[in-house]
Design a protein around this ligand. Structure first.
Ligand SMILES: Nc1ncnc2c1ncn2[C@@H]1O[C@H](COP(=O)(O)OP(=O)(O)OP(=O)(O)O)[C@@H](O)[C@H]1O
Length: 257
Protein backbone atom coordinates (compact mmCIF):
# COMPACT_ATOMS: atom_id res chain seq x y z
CA UNK A 1 0.00 0.00 0.00
CA UNK A 2 1.20 3.53 -0.78
CA UNK A 3 2.55 5.62 2.06
CA UNK A 4 0.26 8.50 3.04
CA UNK A 5 3.39 10.66 3.22
CA UNK A 6 6.79 10.08 1.70
CA UNK A 7 9.65 12.55 1.57
CA UNK A 8 12.22 11.64 -1.05
CA UNK A 9 15.51 13.52 -0.85
CA UNK A 10 13.88 16.74 0.34
CA UNK A 11 16.25 19.68 0.71
CA UNK A 12 15.13 23.12 1.83
CA UNK A 13 16.96 26.40 1.51
CA UNK A 14 16.06 29.86 2.72
CA UNK A 15 18.48 32.33 1.15
CA UNK A 16 21.95 30.91 1.71
CA UNK A 17 20.89 28.63 4.56
CA UNK A 18 20.08 24.97 4.02
CA UNK A 19 17.50 23.90 6.58
CA UNK A 20 17.07 20.32 5.32
CA UNK A 21 19.53 18.18 3.42
CA UNK A 22 18.16 15.25 1.42
CA UNK A 23 15.57 14.08 3.91
CA UNK A 24 13.93 10.71 3.33
CA UNK A 25 10.97 9.74 5.46
CA UNK A 26 8.07 7.36 4.86
CA UNK A 27 5.06 7.38 7.13
CA UNK A 28 2.85 4.30 6.96
CA UNK A 29 -0.94 4.33 7.12
CA UNK A 30 -2.35 4.48 10.63
CA UNK A 31 0.86 5.67 12.26
CA UNK A 32 1.19 8.62 14.59
CA UNK A 33 4.63 10.07 13.88
CA UNK A 34 6.03 12.77 16.13
CA UNK A 35 8.61 15.11 14.60
CA UNK A 36 10.97 16.46 17.20
CA UNK A 37 14.15 18.49 17.07
CA UNK A 38 15.76 21.62 18.42
CA UNK A 39 14.32 25.04 17.73
CA UNK A 40 14.79 26.07 14.12
CA UNK A 41 15.58 22.56 12.82
CA UNK A 42 12.74 22.94 10.33
CA UNK A 43 9.89 20.86 11.77
CA UNK A 44 7.13 23.32 10.88
CA UNK A 45 8.73 23.86 7.49
CA UNK A 46 8.58 20.12 6.85
CA UNK A 47 4.86 20.03 7.74
CA UNK A 48 4.23 22.97 5.42
CA UNK A 49 6.00 21.11 2.64
CA UNK A 50 3.89 18.03 3.24
CA UNK A 51 0.74 20.01 2.49
CA UNK A 52 2.20 21.97 -0.40
CA UNK A 53 2.41 25.39 1.24
CA UNK A 54 6.10 25.39 0.45
CA UNK A 55 8.08 23.64 -2.28
CA UNK A 56 11.39 22.01 -1.44
CA UNK A 57 14.48 23.27 -3.25
CA UNK A 58 15.28 19.68 -4.15
CA UNK A 59 13.55 16.34 -3.87
CA UNK A 60 9.93 15.41 -3.80
CA UNK A 61 7.01 15.08 -1.43
CA UNK A 62 4.61 12.24 -2.26
CA UNK A 63 1.16 11.93 -0.76
CA UNK A 64 -0.72 8.64 -1.04
CA UNK A 65 1.82 7.38 -3.56
CA UNK A 66 1.65 10.37 -5.92
CA UNK A 67 3.79 13.48 -6.27
CA UNK A 68 2.17 16.28 -4.28
CA UNK A 69 2.16 18.61 -7.24
CA UNK A 70 1.55 15.91 -9.86
CA UNK A 71 -1.48 15.28 -12.06
CA UNK A 72 -4.25 17.54 -13.25
CA UNK A 73 -5.85 20.30 -11.21
CA UNK A 74 -8.69 17.89 -10.45
CA UNK A 75 -6.18 15.29 -9.18
CA UNK A 76 -4.56 17.91 -6.95
CA UNK A 77 -7.92 19.01 -5.59
CA UNK A 78 -8.88 15.38 -4.88
CA UNK A 79 -5.57 14.93 -3.03
CA UNK A 80 -6.17 18.15 -1.11
CA UNK A 81 -9.32 16.64 0.40
CA UNK A 82 -7.38 13.74 1.86
CA UNK A 83 -5.47 15.71 4.48
CA UNK A 84 -6.22 18.27 7.15
CA UNK A 85 -3.82 20.48 9.04
CA UNK A 86 -3.99 22.04 12.47
CA UNK A 87 -1.71 25.06 12.48
CA UNK A 88 0.08 26.47 15.51
CA UNK A 89 -2.34 28.72 17.41
CA UNK A 90 -5.20 27.30 15.36
CA UNK A 91 -5.10 29.95 12.62
CA UNK A 92 -8.86 30.44 12.61
CA UNK A 93 -10.24 33.21 10.41
CA UNK A 94 -10.73 35.92 13.02
CA UNK A 95 -13.50 37.69 11.10
CA UNK A 96 -15.59 34.51 10.80
CA UNK A 97 -17.55 32.85 13.57
CA UNK A 98 -16.97 29.23 14.56
CA UNK A 99 -19.66 27.93 12.22
CA UNK A 100 -18.22 29.75 9.22
CA UNK A 101 -14.69 28.62 10.07
CA UNK A 102 -15.67 24.95 10.11
CA UNK A 103 -17.96 25.37 7.10
CA UNK A 104 -15.18 27.08 5.10
CA UNK A 105 -13.54 23.97 3.61
CA UNK A 106 -16.95 22.38 3.03
CA UNK A 107 -18.11 25.40 1.01
CA UNK A 108 -14.76 25.49 -0.76
CA UNK A 109 -15.39 21.94 -1.91
CA UNK A 110 -18.79 22.78 -3.26
CA UNK A 111 -21.29 21.97 -0.51
CA UNK A 112 -23.96 24.65 -0.88
CA UNK A 113 -26.99 23.05 0.74
CA UNK A 114 -27.41 25.04 3.98
CA UNK A 115 -29.18 22.21 5.86
CA UNK A 116 -26.41 19.80 4.96
CA UNK A 117 -23.76 22.36 5.92
CA UNK A 118 -25.43 22.88 9.27
CA UNK A 119 -25.58 19.14 9.99
CA UNK A 120 -21.98 18.62 8.94
CA UNK A 121 -20.63 21.54 10.97
CA UNK A 122 -22.49 20.46 14.10
CA UNK A 123 -21.27 16.91 13.60
CA UNK A 124 -17.66 18.08 13.32
CA UNK A 125 -18.05 20.24 16.41
CA UNK A 126 -19.49 17.26 18.28
CA UNK A 127 -16.49 15.19 17.19
CA UNK A 128 -14.24 17.64 19.03
CA UNK A 129 -16.61 17.68 21.99
CA UNK A 130 -18.05 21.14 21.38
CA UNK A 131 -21.77 21.81 21.54
CA UNK A 132 -23.88 23.79 19.04
CA UNK A 133 -23.91 26.81 21.36
CA UNK A 134 -20.30 27.50 20.35
CA UNK A 135 -21.16 27.83 16.66
CA UNK A 136 -22.03 31.52 16.71
CA UNK A 137 -19.09 32.66 18.80
CA UNK A 138 -16.19 34.55 17.29
CA UNK A 139 -12.64 33.16 17.65
CA UNK A 140 -11.68 36.04 19.98
CA UNK A 141 -14.38 34.84 22.40
CA UNK A 142 -12.93 31.34 22.73
CA UNK A 143 -10.41 29.94 25.20
CA UNK A 144 -7.11 28.63 23.82
CA UNK A 145 -8.30 25.05 24.18
CA UNK A 146 -11.52 25.81 22.32
CA UNK A 147 -9.63 27.50 19.48
CA UNK A 148 -7.62 24.30 19.04
CA UNK A 149 -10.78 22.20 19.04
CA UNK A 150 -12.49 24.40 16.46
CA UNK A 151 -9.34 24.33 14.33
CA UNK A 152 -9.32 20.55 14.64
CA UNK A 153 -13.00 20.39 13.62
CA UNK A 154 -12.12 22.48 10.56
CA UNK A 155 -9.15 20.23 9.76
CA UNK A 156 -11.48 17.20 9.96
CA UNK A 157 -14.26 18.80 7.92
CA UNK A 158 -13.48 16.98 4.69
CA UNK A 159 -12.98 13.61 6.39
CA UNK A 160 -9.26 13.43 5.75
CA UNK A 161 -7.19 10.28 6.03
CA UNK A 162 -4.12 12.23 7.06
CA UNK A 163 -3.95 14.80 9.84
CA UNK A 164 -0.99 17.13 10.42
CA UNK A 165 -0.72 18.84 13.77
CA UNK A 166 1.73 21.63 14.54
CA UNK A 167 2.30 21.86 18.29
CA UNK A 168 -1.24 20.72 19.11
CA UNK A 169 -0.91 21.13 22.88
CA UNK A 170 1.38 24.18 23.05
CA UNK A 171 -0.08 26.90 25.24
CA UNK A 172 -2.64 24.64 26.94
CA UNK A 173 -2.59 24.03 30.67
CA UNK A 174 -1.86 20.42 31.72
CA UNK A 175 -5.53 19.44 32.10
CA UNK A 176 -6.59 20.89 28.76
CA UNK A 177 -3.50 19.43 27.14
CA UNK A 178 -4.32 15.95 28.48
CA UNK A 179 -7.93 16.36 27.30
CA UNK A 180 -6.79 17.36 23.82
CA UNK A 181 -4.40 14.40 23.65
CA UNK A 182 -7.23 12.04 24.59
CA UNK A 183 -9.39 13.62 21.90
CA UNK A 184 -6.73 13.19 19.21
CA UNK A 185 -6.11 9.62 20.27
CA UNK A 186 -9.82 8.82 20.18
CA UNK A 187 -10.18 10.35 16.72
CA UNK A 188 -7.08 8.55 15.48
CA UNK A 189 -8.56 5.24 16.56
CA UNK A 190 -12.16 5.92 15.50
CA UNK A 191 -11.30 7.35 12.08
CA UNK A 192 -8.21 5.26 11.30
CA UNK A 193 -6.22 8.42 10.65
CA UNK A 194 -2.55 8.73 9.89
CA UNK A 195 -1.18 11.54 12.05
CA UNK A 196 2.04 13.55 11.87
CA UNK A 197 2.63 15.98 14.67
CA UNK A 198 5.31 18.42 15.67
CA UNK A 199 5.64 18.68 19.42
CA UNK A 200 8.00 19.80 22.15
CA UNK A 201 5.75 18.26 24.73
CA UNK A 202 6.89 14.87 25.96
CA UNK A 203 3.58 14.04 27.63
CA UNK A 204 1.90 14.47 24.24
CA UNK A 205 4.59 12.53 22.43
CA UNK A 206 4.56 9.59 24.84
CA UNK A 207 0.77 9.37 24.79
CA UNK A 208 0.36 9.50 21.03
CA UNK A 209 3.40 8.63 18.95
CA UNK A 210 3.83 5.20 17.41
CA UNK A 211 7.16 6.39 16.02
CA UNK A 212 9.37 9.41 16.52
CA UNK A 213 11.51 11.17 13.91
CA UNK A 214 14.33 13.30 15.26
CA UNK A 215 15.50 16.19 13.08
CA UNK A 216 19.01 17.41 13.61
CA UNK A 217 21.42 19.38 11.47
CA UNK A 218 19.20 19.18 8.43
CA UNK A 219 18.71 15.42 8.53
CA UNK A 220 16.58 12.76 10.16
CA UNK A 221 18.96 11.67 12.87
CA UNK A 222 16.76 8.76 13.96
CA UNK A 223 13.33 7.33 13.20
CA UNK A 224 11.83 4.65 15.38
CA UNK A 225 9.78 3.79 18.42
CA UNK A 226 10.31 5.89 21.52
CA UNK A 227 12.30 3.06 23.07
CA UNK A 228 14.55 2.84 20.01
CA UNK A 229 15.05 6.60 19.89
CA UNK A 230 15.97 6.73 23.54
CA UNK A 231 18.81 4.27 22.94
CA UNK A 232 20.44 6.57 20.35
CA UNK A 233 23.52 8.34 21.64
CA UNK A 234 23.20 12.01 20.75
CA UNK A 235 23.37 15.28 22.71
CA UNK A 236 19.92 16.49 21.62
CA UNK A 237 18.31 13.13 22.45
CA UNK A 238 20.13 13.12 25.77
CA UNK A 239 18.77 16.57 26.68
CA UNK A 240 15.30 16.07 25.24
CA UNK A 241 14.51 12.57 26.51
CA UNK A 242 16.78 11.81 29.42
CA UNK A 243 16.58 14.75 31.80
CA UNK A 244 14.74 14.20 35.06
CA UNK A 245 11.88 16.40 33.89
CA UNK A 246 11.68 14.47 30.64
CA UNK A 247 11.51 11.13 32.41
CA UNK A 248 8.62 12.36 34.55
CA UNK A 249 6.79 13.70 31.50
CA UNK A 250 7.29 10.45 29.59
CA UNK A 251 5.92 8.45 32.51
CA UNK A 252 2.87 10.74 32.68
CA UNK A 253 2.37 10.55 28.92
CA UNK A 254 2.55 6.76 28.92
CA UNK A 255 -0.07 6.84 31.65
CA UNK A 256 -2.34 8.77 29.29
CA UNK A 257 -1.62 6.37 26.46
N1 LIG B 1 9.54 31.60 4.95
C1 LIG B 1 10.75 31.61 5.49
N2 LIG B 1 11.72 32.44 5.04
C2 LIG B 1 12.96 32.43 5.56
N3 LIG B 1 13.35 31.62 6.55
C3 LIG B 1 12.43 30.77 7.05
C4 LIG B 1 11.10 30.72 6.55
N4 LIG B 1 10.41 29.77 7.24
C5 LIG B 1 11.29 29.25 8.13
N5 LIG B 1 12.50 29.85 8.02
C6 LIG B 1 13.69 29.51 8.80
O1 LIG B 1 13.91 28.11 8.69
C7 LIG B 1 14.32 27.55 9.94
C8 LIG B 1 13.36 26.45 10.36
O2 LIG B 1 12.13 27.03 10.73
P1 LIG B 1 10.93 26.17 11.32
O3 LIG B 1 9.89 27.12 11.80
O4 LIG B 1 10.51 25.15 10.35
O5 LIG B 1 11.64 25.45 12.55
P2 LIG B 1 11.03 24.60 13.74
O6 LIG B 1 11.89 23.41 13.89
O7 LIG B 1 9.57 24.36 13.49
O8 LIG B 1 11.26 25.61 14.94
P3 LIG B 1 10.51 25.79 16.35
O9 LIG B 1 10.67 24.50 17.10
O10 LIG B 1 11.26 26.91 16.98
O11 LIG B 1 9.06 26.14 16.05
C9 LIG B 1 14.40 28.72 10.91
O12 LIG B 1 15.73 29.15 10.96
C10 LIG B 1 13.50 29.77 10.30
O13 LIG B 1 13.93 31.06 10.65
Amino acid sequence: MAYPVELCGVSTRFGQTWVHRRIDLAVAAGEVVALVGGSGTGKTTLLRQMVGLLQPAEGEVRLFGEPLFGGSRADQLARRRRFGMLFQQGALFSALNVFANVAFPLREFGIRDEDMLRDLVLLKLAMVELGPEVALRMPAELSGGMVKRVALARALALEPELLLLDEPTAGLDPDRSAGFVRLIRGLHQALGLTVILVTHDLDTLAALATRVAVLSEGRILAFGSLEEIMRVQDPFIERFFHSERSQAALARGRGLG
